[in-house]
Design a protein around this ligand. Structure first.
Ligand code: SAH
Length: 254
């Protein structure tokens, strides 16, 4: 059996209770060493076999899994954040299906949620944006043309950019060309929820400079949108005059 486990965004105690239990029970752990906090390995039991997938190919990962299965062992494949976001898990699922190996998935706190906590931000503010676009700039990994930053920027929605720190200059140009005003609030969150986290607030117009001035190259998210600003409407959900399925509204204005 293979359990895919989301490690969370950094802090070792941000893994789920289930994820920590699975790690504690595993005979073999294959963890994404480039991004997973090694402190998470403290949850493993003595004698647990540990592999760092940052130094492995998909084929090598599968070899480790196959050997574990043959010995009747349980494997945890530990991915950073939540494995559904840039986790390269689908190709693993399909190979395990082909091999007839049972697996399941335990979600984790994605770094875009970790970063929202670091920023004390709400991505979906009434009248500002009700949409979060999770994307990346095209670099060595291509992005379909219909998802160009320029075209996504036209929505003016909250946008969270993964894997794009080293492309910040071009990215900034595209965000501006797509329609965000230069003074749209933005932020760069480096190692969200790690002990050495750093948060930089800026604007779309100063995004690339913020990245460059602080020497940021990786393990950072770029976040853009009015949700990081000061203007918003309060929610209907907690408005005294608004009736919900759980509460009768009154005529009193707040
Ligand atoms: N599955 C992961 C993302 C993996 S892609 C998740 O759900 O978070 C790797 C990219 O995620 C990094 O290049 C960086 O852009 C972002 N990232 C991962 N952890 C991060 C963190 N703690 N703080 C900021 N960005 C992070």
């Amino acid at each position: 059996m293979v359990h895919f486990v989301g490690a969370g965004s950094g802090a070792a105690d941000l893994i789920t209770v289930r994820g920590a239990r699975l790690l504690g029970e595993a005979d073999v752990v294959i963890y994404a060493g480039s991004l997973v906090n090694p402190a998470l390995l403290d949850y493993t039991k003595p004698g647990c076999e540990i592999h760092n997938s940052a130094e492995m190919t998909l084929e090598q990962v599968l070899e480790v899994v196959k050997a574990a299965e043959a010995a009747g062992k349980t494997t945890v494949r530990l991915h950073t954040g939540d494995s559904s976001i840039y986790g390269a898990v689908r190709e693993q699922f399909d190979q395990l299906e082909r091999l007839g190996v049972a697996y399941d998935v335990c979600p984790g706190v994605s770094s875009f949620c970790g970063a929202a906590a670091s920023l004390k931000a709400e991505y979906t503010l009434p009248d500002v944006s009700q949409t979060v676009i999770i994307t990346r700039a095209a670099g060595r990994t291509p992005v379909p043309e219909r998802e160009s930053i320029r075209s996504l920027a036209a929505h003016g929605a909250t946008m969270v950019l993964f894997l794009s720190t080293s492309l910040a200059e071009k990215l900034q140009d595209e965000l501006l060309a797509g329609g965000y005003a230069g003074d749209t609030p933005a932020a760069v969150v480096y190692k969200a929820t790690w002990p050495d986290e750093k948060v930089f607030r800026c604007t779309v117009g100063t995004l690339a400079k913020t990245v460059a001035d602080n020497g940021l190259t990786k393990t950072a998210l770029l976040i853009v949108g009015g949700c990081l600003g000061e203007e918003y409407q309060r929610s209907r959900l907690y408005d005294p005059t608004f009736t919900t399925g759980c509460r009768q509204g009154t005529s009193d204005q707040p």
